[in-house]
Structures are given as structure tokens and as C-alpha cells.
Unconditional design. Structure first.
Length: 201
């Protein structure tokens, strides 16, 4: 089985990222009442070893989501700690007057909720483009150095390559950075992308 993606379908991978992030932005706009925008600045297939070597030592907090249907694998939504603090303020803004009183548990819950929203929007976007539905397992909260999270997640499958989406989420009152990593079963993923009718590409 060749893992080559039909060159005419490569735009679909970018389209999947775009549709997915539009779903994230829509959810954020509803949540905040502000006009949220999410932009994917870079989409890359990258070797997992190269990826972990490039990541800085800073800790990330976010969610890992397992796909229960093709293309299977996992999606990671990770936030740098500074963005995680902004997320806590954003998510708890209406409920807490003094952010210094927020417990670690409340902060983790806020990040987990936003991570879940982002993962759901992103995976729904993939499903739309692929013309299918993708059920997911209950998301898991992760908190560790980025390379450790990425390495562990890659180790849950047998793939040497990951899809990396560098993205930024802009809510006028907040600037949140997010990193989205996808670890699909590559054979399934390539078959699904290649089966999309070229006339729609």
C-alpha cells in the first residue's frame, strides 16, 4: 500500500484544517459574544522524531482525543502555559470576579473544556470534508513538556509521521496560541483522502 497522497488532493488537507478551525472559531464566538477568528499558519506532515527534537522545553496543557472511527489515531490540542492562563480568564470571566481566587482544579477544568470544544470543532471539520462521521473517546487532559506529550501520543500508534497544524486563536480581548497535532492511521487517512472525488478538489 502506497502512502502517497494524490497531489490533486493535497488542498483537501488544508481544507480540513480550515473547516476544522472555522468550527472552533464559531464555538468561541458563541461562548464569548466576541468575533473569534482562528487561523492555521502552517500545515505539515512531519517525522515524529524531528518534531519532538524541534519542540521547546516549555510545558503545555491541553487534551488528547482518540478517534474511534477511521482515520483512527489521536488528535492533540496543546496550549503554552501563558495561553492556558488566558483561557482560564476567558472561560471563567462571567463566574469569577477575582481570578487570583481560581483553584488549580478550576483552571484545569476551563482548559479541558476549551480543548474539548476545539477538538470537537476540528474533528467535525475533518468528518465534513471526508464525508463521514468520526466518533471520539472521552478527551484526556494532558500537562507535561511538549516533546513528552507528542512522543507519548505518537507511541500509542505505530506511525512515524504526524500532521502538525500551527494555529492562533484570536478573540479580540485575548490572544491564545494553540498547537494542533494529528496522529491518524496513515494508511486509512491516505486512502480516505485519495478516495475523495477529484472533481471536488
Amino acid at each position: 500500500m502506497s502512502l502517497m497522497v494524490d497531489i490533486r488532493k493535497l488542498s483537501f488537507i488544508n481544507e480540513m484544517a480550515k473547516v476544522g478551525t472555522n468550527g472552533v472559531a464559531d464555538n468561541m464566538s458563541k461562548l464569548t459574544g466576541e468575533d473569534a477568528k482562528m487561523e492555521v499558519t502552517k500545515t505539515n506532515f512531519i517525522d515524529v522524531e524531528d518534531l519532538t527534537a524541534q519542540l521547546d522545553d516549555g510545558k503545555r496543557v491541553g487534551v488528547r482525543v482518540r478517534l474511534m472511527e477511521p482515520p483512527h489515531g489521536h488528535i492533540l490540542i496543546l496550549f503554552p502555559e501563558q495561553s492556558a492562563k488566558k483561557i482560564t480568564a476567558l472561560m471563567l470571566n462571567d463566574m469569577v470576579d477575582d481570578m487570583s481566587s481560581v483553584s488549580g482544579e478550576m483552571a484545569r477544568s476551563a482548559v479541558e473544556e476549551l480543548g474539548n470544544m476545539m477538538a470537537s470543532g476540528f474533528i467535525d471539520g475533518w468528518a465534513d470534508v471526508l464525508g463521514t462521521t468520526i466518533d471520539i473517546a472521552t478527551p484526556q487532559l494532558v500537562y507535561a513538556p511538549a516533546a513528552e506529550i507528542v512522543g507519548r501520543t505518537a507511541g500509542l500508534g505505530d506511525e512515524d509521521l504526524a500532521l502538525f497544524f500551527d494555529s492562533s486563536l484570536n478573540v479580540p480581548s485575548y490572544e491564545i496560541e494553540a498547537e494542533i497535532y494529528a496522529f491518524p492511521d496513515l494508511q486509512e487517512f491516505v486512502e480516505m483522502v485519495n478516495s475523495i472525488e477529484t472533481s471536488y478538489a
